[in-house]
Design a protein around this ligand. Structure first.
Ligand SMILES: [Fe+2]
Ligand SMILES: [Fe+2]
Length: 373
């Protein structure tokens, strides 16, 4: 016979209001993150608000920084999912002190502070690592983990360790920026640009660039991912912020049969490569990434990182030839002389053969695109 159950009433009314903090174990990481951020210097964010005198007061920068950092630790990047967690997950409720900024506010916050946030996150991460706590180590954009333990390698000299640390910091900064940018720039799909197609294209070019860079023995294949992921960001920016221009470009392509490139130059006076790299420079992305983005359609002209530009160009070309994640708008890409030489291709047909070697990678990567949605 059942001896009875412990009392259970999901509509329990409390005599004293409960403290959500008590529902988490005392050593939960959110308490650590909270203390850390409270002691950080957030003036770079705060000074942005000094100019605002109208409207509702904003949410506290410490609160916003905490929930974003914790969300990234958990692999949650989408602003809608973060906003939902503020209702559904105790750890988020505790961190936010019961405040619930909506997804637009979260998005606006990271867009506004895109320059300061990565540096602040790297600071928090370093302190977490020092304390032996999980940080952003497992943050990954393509299913492969960042090698955050490299600096602990036994046989590494002090100098090498420092360089490794700097490399990791650089990579993390860029990844955090990529996460923020990809969510902040999400726009509604319309007849001019399909957002899913665009994200898939960005992601595929990023993943393929990383793999090619690795196969070619490049140390900075993390940067190749980012350059690949962001190569067409100029297109997304025009679609979002210069939408009427985008409509005219589209119209010129339809009615005058202009290529995307000719149409964008006619309407915007500049290419999507120029717009993209201009913004990435403003957002403090490493020069190699900005240069590769600027020259992804003509790597031979790159000043700082022609090899990375050539890798992105080949990866972009591969999406077309394999027909996985290709961007219909920016199609008909050709490889320039420099890229053909760099890869020892005699003609583009060799590039097509080369692409088939990466066919499996493309299909495998399709699975990881989930995080973008
Ligand atoms: Fe492009
Ligand atoms: Fe592209």
């Amino acid at each position: 016979m059942v001896k009875g159950y412990k009392p259970y009433n999901h509509n329990q009314i409390y005599l004293f209001p409960p403290a959500p903090q008590d529902w988490l174990p005392k050593n939960h990481i959110v308490f650590f993150i909270s203390d850390l951020v409270d002691n950080l210097d957030l003036t770079s964010i705060e000074k942005e608000y000094e100019k605002d005198s109208r409207g509702q007061p904003p949410f506290h920068p410490a609160l916003m920084t905490k929930i974003l950092f914790y969300a990234y630790c958990r692999g949650v990047y989408s602003s809608r999912k973060i906003a939902a967690a503020l209702y559904e997950e105790v750890a988020f409720v505790v961190l936010a002190g019961g405040n619930r900024p909506d997804f637009r506010t979260i998005n606006e916050f990271r867009r506004r502070h895109i320059k300061s946030l990565p540096g602040i996150f790297v600071q928090i991460l370093k302190l977490c690592e020092k304390a032996g706590l999980v940080g952003l180590k497992h943050v990954s954009l393509d299913g492969t983990k960042i090698n955050a333990n490299a600096s602990k390698h036994k046989a590494m000299s002090y100098g090498r360790m420092k360089t490794e640390e700097q490399r990791l910091e650089k990579e993390l900064k860029s990844i955090i920026s990529v996460i923020s940018i990809s969510d902040a720039l999400k726009n509604k799909t319309d007849k001019y640009l399909n957002q899913k197609e665009f994200m898939l294209h960005s992601y595929m070019v990023g993943a393929a660039s990383k793999k090619i860079a690795k196969d070619m023995g490049f140390q900075n294949n993390g940067e190749a991912f980012i350059a690949g992921f962001l190569h067409d960001i100029g297109i997304s920016i025009v679609h979002r912020y210069l939408h009427s221009n985008f409509a005219i470009i589209y119209d010129l392509m339809e009615t005058q049969k202009l290529s995307f490139r000719d149409a964008e130059i006619e309407v915007n006076g500049m290419t999507h490569e120029e717009i993209g790299s201009f913004l990435l420079e403003k957002w403090n992305f490493p020069a190699e990434i900005c240069d590769a983005v600027l020259n992804h359609h003509n790597p031979g002209k790159a000043q700082t990182s022609p090899s990375m530009a050539a890798i992105v160009s080949v990866a972009d070309y591969m999406t077309q030839s394999l027909k996985v994640g290709e961007l219909k708008l920016d199609k008909d890409n050709h490889l320039d002389e420099y890229t053909l030489g760099k890869f020892n291709f005699e003609k583009e047909l060799d590039a097509e053969k080369f692409a088939t070697k990466y066919k499996d990678l493309f299909w495998e990567q399709l699975e990881f695109v989930r995080f973008l949605n």
